[in-house]
Design a protein. Structure first.
Length: 201
């Protein structure tokens, strides 16, 4: 399959690209790296991505950001960082991508354990992840031409332990091989409207 991976150079993205490229034709996209540039907060940039790539069979998004801070310090604009980037960025990948994706294709979005088990300082990130979960479930009801949509939601991944372990006390790190398998399940399986949870807590 011809697969667009948005965010293929991050901690998770690199591993997903390494594994999937052995079997599929991978095109990576990000703001500054990859085969094609895309800015998730700009819907015209997303459309340009699809116009540039041409026909494709799947989109995997492992991108988007949200601000982590104490709720008492968060301003309204701080919440819009995550809403515009991780939430609407991924929603627009699907919304616009539906015009270009091949029949029987698939979209795989990325969230995380914060949607179900938030930790301190994550009112924005947890809100965004939960929103994506609900979007995936609802969007699956309206997919046509055999197109599927799922989200992969992982706990603290091994490759990010050093950076984030202090935020996740008592959490067990998820092996990267298990995380990658979540994306394989969404891409190559038959699931639709599923939140593929990879937790160990």
């Amino acid at each position: 399959m011809k697969v667009i991976i948005v965010g293929g150079h991050g901690a998770i993205g690199r591993r997903v690209v390494d594994v999937l490229s052995k079997k599929h034709d991978i095109i990576t996209a990000s703001r500054s790296k990859g085969n094609v540039n895309v800015d998730l907060i700009d819907v015209e940039s997303i459309r340009e991505l699809f116009e540039t790539v041409g026909e494709f069979d799947a989109v995997i998004s492992i991108a988007g950001e949200a601000k982590w801070a104490a709720m008492k310090d968060m301003k309204e604009g701080d919440y819009y960082v995550g809403i515009r980037s991780k939430l609407m960025g991924q929603v627009n990948l699907v919304r616009v991508g539906m015009e270009y994706i091949n029949p029987n294709g698939s979209f795989t979005l990325t969230t995380g354990i914060l949607a179900d088990k938030p930790v301190d300082l994550t009112t924005s990130a947890a809100m965004v992840n939960g929103g994506i979960h609900s979007f995936v479930k609802a969007a699956a009801l309206e997919m046509t031409k055999g197109i599927r949509i799922n989200a992969v939601s992982s706990g603290l991944v091994e490759d990010a332990v050093e950076k984030y372990q202090d935020f996740f006390p008592g959490h067990n790190a998820i092996p990267m091989s298990k995380v990658v398998n979540g994306y394989i399940e969404s891409l190559e399986g038959k699931s639709n409207g599923e939140i593929i949870r990879i937790y160990d807590n």
